[in-house]
Design a protein around this ligand. Structure first.
Ligand code: FES
Length: 111
């Protein structure tokens, strides 16, 4: 892993992306966290990484705040937080995260 990709972090925090839980480095943006969980695919997304393209838009809630409204934000701008529940993704993010968001229990066909 190229450590210069990520801002300094001392621990991982747990977030959920469409209900699936991941451990990601604190002090990093959501988009960088997505790259942490899917380093092979996020670089292929058409992301500008500087708040212009809007292709990284997500909607999230915070765990433990069930009454809070879902917040639409740019994943390249907002830092991850413990208990963040990302509930909506753009098509670009769905495509680049599709591998890690697949259910692990999907049956494989024999031979
Ligand atoms: S990656 Fe372009 S706005 Fe976030």
């Amino acid at each position: 892993m190229n450590d210069t990709l990520y801002r300094n972090f001392e621990k991982l925090v747990e977030i959920a992306i469409r209900g699936k839980k991941f451990q990601v480095p604190e002090n990093n943006t959501c988009l960088r966290a997505f790259q942490y969980v899917s380093p092979e695919t996020i670089p292929y997304g058409r992301f500008c990484w500087n708040q212009e393209c809007q292709l990284c838009r997500v909607t999230y809630k915070l765990e433990g705040q069930p009454d809070s409204a879902a917040r639409p934000v740019l994943a390249c701008k907002v830092l991850v937080a413990e208990g963040m529940q990302i509930i909506e993704l753009t098509d670009e993010l769905k495509w680049t995260l599709s591998g890690v968001l697949k259910t692990a229990s999907a049956p494989s066909s024999p031979g």
